[in-house]
Design a protein around this ligand. Sequence first.
Ligand SMILES: [Zn+2]
Length: 363
Amino acid sequence: MSLFCCGHGAHHPITCIVPPYMLRVLALRGDPRTAEMARTLLKQTERLRDERAELMEAGLPPAQPLGTTAVAPVQDLCCPDRRIHDGQHKAALPGKLVRSEGDGPTGIPDADTAYEAAGQVFSLFAEEYGRNSLDGQGMPLVATVHHRRDYNNSFWNGTQMAYGTGDGKIFRTFLELSVIGHEMAHGVIQHSGGLIYENQSGALNESIADVFGSLSLQRALGQEVHQADWLVGRGILGPGINGAALRSMKAPGTAYSDDLLGQDPQPWHMDHFVTTTDDNGGVHINSGIPNHAFYLFCAYLGGRAWELPGRVWYRALQTLNNPMASFADWADQTMDAAIELTGRGSYETIMLRRAWKLVGIAI
Ligand SMILES: [Zn+2]
């Protein structure tokens, strides 16, 4: 039995924030307790994937093909419909409903953080891009905090978000806005025609989730491009781990360097593209390349990244119509979107071409 953490079934993936190669390193290098935790986590996630496959067979609707997702006009957008559950450290989902839309704080810090963060991500998509929730049709935002005991991961399972607390050693929390935005963006991608979760299209799926995760955080903090840290999962690593975050869009490959976790393996240029069968073809590794292209595009333009650059990426996702897109296909799509939004030959399109070129993709 293979022990992949996430996305083993490329068409109906469980998309986790912590990639399987990190867990496998922990299973090899960790002390007996850590190694056991990592092995258990790998097995649990595999079981979760099987359950998800059963749900799909039981008639859960698959992700809609592109073009069928209704994007509500802006004036119809109102409010999110948040439903935050307490998993009470058990495996069952969604767990006990503790805060519905409009309810006051629960006093459960993780539940209240998940509620506020889901609102901020909803607001990014609604107010900046005119999208009504993850499916474009106002679907409820269902989340579970305290999923399992000492659970070192968070995921989107196709219908909801789930967040572990971490074991306090390797991970201290997963309730951080870029992580929450990342998981919710997987829902948006799923309902925007999907990007198959393997190889380059899978790395694009991961990258686009990082982009909107980071934009959720930057917008909530009111940060311009040069004020933002461009980290995904800042502060979620445990106190004994030498690292700032899970990934860096500004400097892929530098997010952590640790005796236990090893070195952040992300490349930023096509010359260092990693060919592997691990991690669904390196979806959490090679995402560094399109991540860095987005960062460069934003850095060249300055200002607020969730405005024009975010709109370009969002429009490209809505018009892509190619679930198996390569990085080059995606770069072309972003260029088409930039031309539509700013005109052919605009400064923005010139900077976008330059950004892709710097990571080794000519358009
Ligand atoms: Zn992901």
